[in-house]
Ligand binder design. Structure first.
Ligand code: G4P
Length: 533
């Protein structure tokens, strides 16, 4: 049993449930590892255990085989560990941009996010896109400027870039002493103390920290200190002070400087997640009414995942607890079907390990095994019925038609397609006339197709071929407009499994022209339009 599990069940300590977002390579995985290190959750192992780089012998499923071939991380995980007197739930998000839809769903279950930037690169394409998702959800966002141990930009340049590109004021909470590449430590702006770091090899253990007075810092750090002191004066002069209300409204980002690799600044960041980020609050139901935290147990599913491990060939639904206390074995009601749902097999999922969970509280995530009817967005409740809003799907920008190449496997194909649709691996669109034989698969990123094809073949025994189409833009329409659109060139109308009608267009230009010509047509943008790509 991991060390974290012993602590995880002691009772309703305050929760902090958040996700880390970053452009690939900015350091999300490294920072995750370091949070676990500081949370004492590596169970005797050293940092490096989360993603065993270069050592994928533990790969246990076909799916992971695909990850391995691609060298990317597709599966998201939930990491829970105690820190100070809190319990931290760190929701991992997939690194590759093609899986941003997964990230979107994970962010629906988070109460805050940490944005990691590479000090030399600043805001990158994927950072921007993920930030837009956080903004759309009004999530409070902390920023960690990483890799300060390497040459990069100046702190002021980076702050300006965050403000300019994201339209989000960045308030430094720590201030680096020593330029990027010659990093000595940070000043904690809350109390003016200088925290000096000592490097440990590859950051395998916590970085020793020393509190140094201003006089001593001036003596020992020389110019580096004086430059930092000037910067700090400037910040005070321009009134760059932290405002908790703006932060909680997602209108200001407290910013930290550090290096995840060497652990510099990691403790200060984690402490600030505890001190500044909000705990779970009452979640609004579909009618906009809050479900009080102390109402009977309820939660919603933000991720469904099958086949993580061949020795458990089943399906896990990740449930974010929104109210009440979850006790393993309680019988919940599955909102969409009205059926009862036994939670005898409930787990916490730590990385790739599963452990039985006995109880859980708002903010926690429970992995429900054998969740065969459960889909992303579904509500499960106990005692008093509630329905939480669906998690909107991202606007797909890639569309391919799927056909089974061995017609004897048609049944398996249909079953597989339904499963992938319910998990949200791809969105499945159907033509009322063509039916199920050649569904259109819609994706935010093309790699979703690879996962779909691989799983249809390996998990369902249904070999498929995909044919590309020319469609690139989707809009939501209604029955009346659909009838008008169907006869037009360069347009097709298909139905999603939830009944939504989507009109697909070959180009944004074509779509805009049509809107210009026929303003009465219903053509609503999907959530996330313009974020993908
Ligand atoms: P990601 O999950 O956001 O994709 O990034 P990841 O943590 O995998 O980090 C990407 C690379 O950046 C890794 O190097 C990692 O060691 C390095 N890195 C992370 N944080 C820091 C930091 O604070 N300073 C410096 N100098 N480097 C950092 P790699 O060469 O791809 O992997 P590895 O061979 O080092 O394991």
């Amino acid at each position: 049993m991991n060390e974290h599990a012993e602590h995880a069940h002691v009772g309703p300590r305050p929760r902090r449930t958040f996700a880390i977002i970053s452009h690939p390579d900015a350091g999300k995985t490294t920072l995750t590892e370091k949070f676990l290190l500081y949370g004492g959750a590596l169970g005797g192992g050293s940092a490096g255990a989360v993603k065993a780089r270069g050592d994928r012998r533990s790969a246990t499923s076909d799916w992971m085989e695909l990850e391995q071939q691609r060298g990317i991380s597709i599966t998201s995980t939930v990491l829970q560990f105690p820190y100070r007197d809190h319990v931290v739930n760190l929701l991992d998000t997939p690194g590759h941009r093609d899986f941003s839809e997964d990230t979107y769903r994970v962010l629906a279950a988070a109460d805050a996010a940490v944005m990691v930037l590479d000090a030399a690169r600043g805001i990158e394409a994927q950072t921007l896109k993920l930030f837009e998702v956080c903004r759309a959800r009004g999530l409070p966002l902390l920023t960690f400027v990483n890799k300060w141990d390497r040459p990069g930009r100046t702190p002021l340049e980076l702050l300006d870039e965050i403000e300019d590109r994201l339209g989000l004021p960045a308030t430094p909470m720590t201030w680096p002493v020593g330029i990027a590449g010659d990093f000595r430590g940070v000043v904690d702006r809350r109390d003016g103390s200088f925290v000096r770091f000592t490097r440990v090899a590859r950051g395998a253990t916590e970085a020793p920290e020393e509190l140094v007075s201003a006089e001593r810092a001036h003596r020992e750090e020389g110019d580096a200190w004086d430059v930092a002191a000037e910067g700090l004066e400037l910040l005070d002069a321009v009134g760059a002070t932290f405002d908790s209300e703006l932060f909680l409204a997602g209108e200001l980002t407290p910013t930290f400087f550090g290096s995840a690799l060497t652990n510099f600044g990691v403790r200060l960041l984690l402490n600030s997640v505890i001190d500044l980020a909000p705990g779970p609050g009452p979640r609004l139901d579909v009618d906009g009414n809050p479900r009080p935290l102390d109402a009977p147990m309820s939660g919603f599913v933000f991720k469904v995942q099958a086949n993580l491990d061949p020795s458990h060939r089943d399906r896990i639904a990740y449930l974010r607890v929104c109210s009440g206390r979850f006790d393993r074995g309680m019988v919940l009601t599955h909102g969409r079907t009205g059926r009862s749902f036994s939670t005898k097999y409930a787990h916490t999922v730590f990385g790739r390990d599963r452990e039985t969970v006995e109880d859980a509280y708002p903010g926690d995530v429970v992995g429900l095994v054998n969740a065969n009817d459960v889909r992303v967005g579904d509500t499960l409740w106990f005692g008093e019925p509630v329905e939480f809003p669906a998690i909107p799907s991202f606007a797909p920008e890639h569309f391919q038609v799927a056909r089974v190449t061995d017609t004897a496997r048609y049944k398996q194909f249909r079953r597989g397609i339904t499963q992938l649709d319910e998990e949200g691996v791809v969105q499945v669109l159907r033509d009322a006339e063509l039916g199920d034989s050649a569904p259109m698969l819609a994706a935010v990123g093309p790699m979703q197709f690879d996962v779909a094809v691989h799983r249809l073949q390996n998990e369902f025994g249904a070999p498929v071929e995909l044919s590309p189409t020319r469609y690139t833009v989707a809009r939501v329409t209604d029955t009346a407009s659909a009838a008008a659109l169907r006869g037009m060139q360069g347009v097709t109308v298909l139905a999603r499994s939830d009944g939504t009608l989507l009109a697909l267009f070959e180009s944004e230009f074509w779509l805009q022209r049509l809107i210009g010509d026929k303003p009465d047509l219903v053509l609503e943008p999907l959530v996330g339009t313009g974020l993908a790509g």
